[in-house]
Design a protein around this ligand. Structure first.
Ligand SMILES: Cc1ncc(COP(=O)(O)O)c(C=O)c1O
Length: 313
């Protein structure tokens, strides 16, 4: 908390905290993969997550007294101290800390908390039934989705609860002009005529680190380019395959949308291969590289294989 390592139960904030009252914070969700053989946790694309956090901070007029490098160091030290021997989820939150009444962004004190906790699968990754949400995705001129703003997640919560309470596994949200945007906490990809298609950055999406990884994996491993463009709702119904992706969801194939089967209603071969590849990234990376090198936080191999290793235990 603000650069100090303290037990979670001592990480207390005032009930009057601005970020708590008004949702004026931004955050990240970072996955760390435990490797039994190496006795290490590998944090996936830590640098990119902190670069995005600082971009979110810029939008939210939040200034942290840390560079990306320092945030990486703090995270590694946190994981090291926690000594967890399983997959972990790191949640850095930068928030407006003043205990005041008054909605604004400027002239407020900014604080940072980073927590680390055990994590499993966030959503079912064996085949989802998604429903197009009646809740529209927040617009860039309302609450910018490209910044991971805490308060903006009320929009996701509306969509997720509606979907689940209507018997779906997950929501697909549309923009105000009715084009496909993203899931409640995942980006979306369609496979159409052999190409990956995903909503463009201007479709009120969070620019996901996993999205970026999928685009790169698609190109490198499958020789498929990704078209970033506007997508109509009914393109969902006729896509050959669909999957959601994100730090929490990883690669989550979609087998039905609005009661219509996608393809033949089973997990498609490309989604499945990508899922295996994505789930295997940590494994492959770990097997191939010496932990001692990883510990020195050198960039390991290609762009999607840049976990940082923290010796634990
Ligand atoms: C709204 C939203 N979209 C997409 C994503 C996927 O982003 P990433 O792959 O960086 O986890 C997330 C996950 O945090 C999210 O909350």
């Amino acid at each position: 908390m603000n650069g100090k390592f303290i037990p979670a139960e001592q990480g207390v904030i005032s009930v009057r905290t601005h970020g708590f009252s008004y949702g004026t914070g931004c955050f990240e969700g970072i996955r760390g993969y435990w490797n039994e053989k190496d006795q290490q946790i590998y944090l996936f694309r830590l640098r990119e997550h902190y670069e995005r956090l600082l971009r979110s901070c810029k939008i939210l007029q939040t200034s942290l007294p840390y560079t990306v490098e320092q945030l990486i160091d703090l995270s590694i030290e946190l994981v090291r101290r926690n000594g967890q021997r399983q997959d972990v989820y790191l949640r850095p939150v930068a928030y407006k800390a003043d205990p005041i009444i008054g909605v604004r962004l400027h002239n407020l004190e900014d604080h940072l908390i980073i927590t680390s906790e055990p994590v499993g699968n966030y959503i079912d990754i064996t085949g989802l039934h998604c429903g197009v949400s009646s809740w529209r995705r927040i617009d860039d001129n309302a609450i910018p989705a490209r910044a991971k703003i805490t308060g903006a997640y009320v929009n996701s919560a509306f969509a997720k609860s509606e979907a689940m309470q209507n018997g779906f596994d997950e929501a697909i949200m549309l923009t105000h002009d009715g084009h496909v945007s993203e899931g409640s906490a995942e980006n979306i990809f369609l496979l159409m005529n052999g190409e990956f298609v995903t909503p463009a950055p201007t479709e009120n999406i969070l620019l996901g680190i996993t999205r970026d990884t999928v685009i790169e994996l698609g190109r490198r491993e499958f020789g498929r380019i990704t078209r970033e463009r506007q997508i109509d709702r009914t393109e969902l119904y006729v896509a050959d395959e669909i999957f959601l992706c994100g730090t929490g969801a990883q690669i989550a194939p979609v087998i039905k949308v609005d009661h219509r089967p996608i393809g033949d209603g089973k997990v498609g071969p490309v989604s499945s291969a990508l899922q295996q590849l994505r789930l295997g990234i940590a494994e492959n990376t770990k097997r191939a590289r010496a932990p001692a090198r990883a510990c020195s936080r050198s960039i390991l191999g290609g762009m999607m294989e840049t976990p940082y290793a923290c010796p634990c235990g």
